[in-house]
Write a protein of this length. Structure first.
Length: 115
């Protein structure tokens, strides 16, 4: 069974950094895409950043220049380095992995940025 598990959330002051990690398991294939979404209280889930197996990336405008996504296709892992964090980055961050057109979601990890 395919599973996706996140780690690395926590509490950080504004201007600080955090690194999120995600590991996929249960498949011998590399995920076509892996990425991060977030959902703040009272808001819809939104794309933060994702990366295709080709290496192409997408970033939300709000995180460009501050967040960097990276992945290891062979290990089915994806990381999100978050720098210069702002209180508005506070949210539950979810890892999403796409395999044969099916999205697999992690349970999420909470990131709280204090002002």
């Amino acid at each position: 069974q395919v599973q996706v598990v996140e780690s690395g959330g926590g509490l950080v002051q504004a201007g600080g950094s955090l690194r999120l990690s995600c590991a996929g398991s249960g498949t011998v294939f590399s995920f076509a895409a892996m990425g991060w979404y977030r959902q703040a209280p009272g808001k819809q889930r939104e794309l933060v950043a994702d990366m295709a197996i080709s290496g192409s990336t997408n970033y939300a405008d709000s995180v460009k220049g501050r967040f960097t996504i990276s992945r290891d296709n062979a290990k089915n892992t994806v990381n999100l380095q978050m720098n210069s964090l702002k209180p508005e980055d506070t949210a539950v961050y979810y890892c999403r992995a796409l395999l044969v057109g099916i999205p697999y979601w992690g349970k999420g990890t909470l990131v709280t940025v204090s002002s």
